[in-house]
Design a protein around this ligand. Structure first.
Ligand code: ADP
Ligand code: MG
Length: 558
């Protein structure tokens, strides 16, 4: 069973509810055994439950409400011990690392019998393990799976504060006088386990005699990278690098403070995410990359392919790790590039991989729809036909944007950006000629031509010129020519299902693509960091502003 909704609530409350609801068998996934057990112990003390913890090396030890350790190391006998425990006494039995024994049919059988029996007692059995390895016959019926959350801000802060007495006086003084200092340290360490956080704090203290943000962030990036599926993307792209796509840009600018507590107090819902669909090379990935900088949030890039790269069976594990990490790092942007590539096998999944792809996909969209954490998802797709239709249903994304080939005005902006990037002055070039020569060119193709022209110029000893650019533009056969039908199909598809990413491509040039460039309208307010109130939304609200829908009713797990 793969239930990601459980991540939202504190894991301890979740387990508490499962116990009250008489779930006899609970499977907790966490690398942090000590942290989980301490938290469970507090729960047991509050609720007057006995707590016994078993491991193959130590047998049973009583951690709360009682005494009487038991030297039962044999896994089968440990289950007997649970069975013999007094039925009326409230108790949790925690079995550490029991997953290897779930390969044995007799153990599985015994667990299933026990689960049925425990239902009529006040005893609960909890398997605690760093990996989820449940045999299929138990997955469906027997166990509830809880992904134990990573440490919260408060927990991380406690760890950091515990090290302060050992810091040099100057550092202690700095922490005392700068109230935001610890806050930033904690922010930088979110997403680490308690042990990882403590380690990196200690390392930083030894090296720099303070909490060094660079060291902490560096460690976090490495750990995120180690997960193998997420990359902490260092953004180099700025919003001003994007030509055209006014409607998307306006949408994103308008929401750049949407994750602040001020926005919550104001009554705004958390933005969930957007899907950018469209012609290859039109700036979808570019836009995703630039959001991190605009919103000043970490940008995590998810490689969907890698979720499935391992052995079948661990993919479920992988998607949960991704979500758990993103939620711990939040507020964060989760960028899923070319989402169709990872999830295209969803429909045939039952036949090809025992349903793994569709299960993983299912838990992803459930999370997308129900998440209440400040993780903003930006997904991009080049191929509409490969997208599973469930992804497009209302309530998954706030908006679906369609990125068409750039209009003339948009190509002007794109040319301007790329010529400027090569340290040349765009006003020295005949942009009108180039615009006329490039109908149906994508932004990527224009960029490619600028680079090619620059090479030619360098080779012939000239400088970049209009003629040079026109020549290299003429050498490109735009994708639009070779994939005309596919693009037409996409446009047709988008007409009813998506919002156009740029107003001008819809022929509304007067409204947005007009005289003033996007930057002229927004540049000042971004730089000044003001609220960005008062600029109009460039496009029609064809797809409806769906913020109002995002307060989905919480689906109870129990
Ligand atoms: N609208 C645009 N404005 C500026 N540059 C663009 C634009 N669209 C594409 N490019 C250039 O082409 C490159 C590739 O575009 P990309 O965002 O990867 O396209 P997509 O993801 O839509 O296929 C970008 O990095 C950028 O240099
Ligand atoms: Mg792309």
């Amino acid at each position: 069973m793969l239930d990601l909704q459980q991540i939202r609530k504190s894991s301890r409350d979740e387990v508490g509810d499962l116990i009250r609801a008489r779930y006899p068998l609970i499977y907790v996934v966490s690398h942090e055994e000590v942290r989980v057990e301490q938290s469970l112990k507090r729960l047991c003390i509050e609720r007057e439950m006995r707590m016994e913890v078993w491991s193959i090396t130590q047998g049973f030890r009583v951690l709360a409400n009682g005494s009487g350790d038991r030297d039962v190391k044999d896994p089968m006998k440990s289950l007997d011990h649970v069975q013999r425990g007094e039925a009326d006494q409230k108790a949790i039995y925690v079995l550490r690392d029991f997953h290897p024994f779930l390969k044995e049919p007799s153990i599985v059988r015994k667990l299933r019998d026990l689960a049925t029996e425990l239902r009529s007692t006040r005893k609960s059995l909890l398997l605690l393990s760093p990996v989820q390895k449940l045999p299929p016959e138990m997955e469906k019926s027997v166990a509830a799976v809880v992904d134990w959350e990573l440490p919260t801000r408060r927990e991380i802060e406690k760890i950091a504060r515990s090290l302060i007495p050992q810091a040099p006086p100057a550092t202690q003084e700095q922490i005392r006088t700068d109230p935001t200092f610890i806050e930033r340290v904690v922010e930088a360490a979110l997403g680490l386990t308690a042990v990882e956080a403590e380690n990196v704090f200690a390392k930083s203290m030894v090296r720099t005699h303070t909490f060094d943000l660079e060291t902490i962030l560096g460690e976090k990036k490495q750990i995120i990278r180690k997960s193998g599926m997420l990359e902490y993307y260092e953004h180099r792209e700025e919003f001003s690098d994007i030509g055209g796509l006014e409607v998307i840009k306006d949408w994103l600018v308008k929401r750049r403070h949407a994750f602040s507590s001020r926005a919550r107090t104001f009554g705004l819902p958390l933005p969930k995410g957007i899907l950018l669909i469209g012609v290859p090379g039109t700036g979808k990935s570019l836009t995703a990359k630039a959001v991190g900088a605009l919103w000043e949030m970490p940008l995590l890039r998810l490689d969907v392919g890698k979720i499935f790269a391992g052995l079948v069976g661990s993919s479920e594990e992988n998607i949960r790790t991704v979500i758990r990490t993103a939620e711990a790092v939040a507020p964060a942007v989760l960028w899923i590039d070319e989402i169709e590539k990872g999830f295209s096998g969803t429909r045939s999944s039952g036949a090809t991989d025992g349903g793994t792809t569709s299960r993983v996909f299912g838990s992803f969209i459930t999370w997308l729809q129900e998440k209440e954490s400040p993780v903003f998802v930006i997904a991009t797709a080049n191929d509409v036909s490969a997208l599973p239709p469930e992804l497009l249903r209302k309530g998954r994304f706030d908006e679906i944007f369609f990125c068409d080939l750039p209009s003339g005005e948009e190509r002007r902006q794109i040319l301007d950006i790329h010529i400027r990037k090569k340290q040349r002055d765009p006003s020295k070039f005949d942009l009108d000629k180039m615009i006329a020569a490039t109908p149906e060119y994508s932004g990527a193709e224009i960029e490619q031509a600028v680079i090619a022209a620059l090479y030619d110029a360098f080779d012939s000893g000239d400088d970049l010129s209009t003629d040079g650019l026109l020549n290299s533009l003429a050498e490109i056969v735009p994708l639009a020519v070779t994939m005309r039908e596919r693009i037409e199909g996409m446009r047709e598809w988008a007409r009813t299902r998506a919002r156009l990413a740029s107003a001008s491509s819809k022929g509304q040039s007067a409204a947005t693509a007009g005289k003033k460039s996007w930057l002229a309208r927004h540049g000042a307010s971004i730089a000044g960091g003001d609220d960005g109130n008062g600029h109009s939304d460039g496009g029609g609200k064809s797809n409806g502003e769906s913020e109002a829908n995002s307060g989905n009713p919480r689906k109870l797990e129990l």
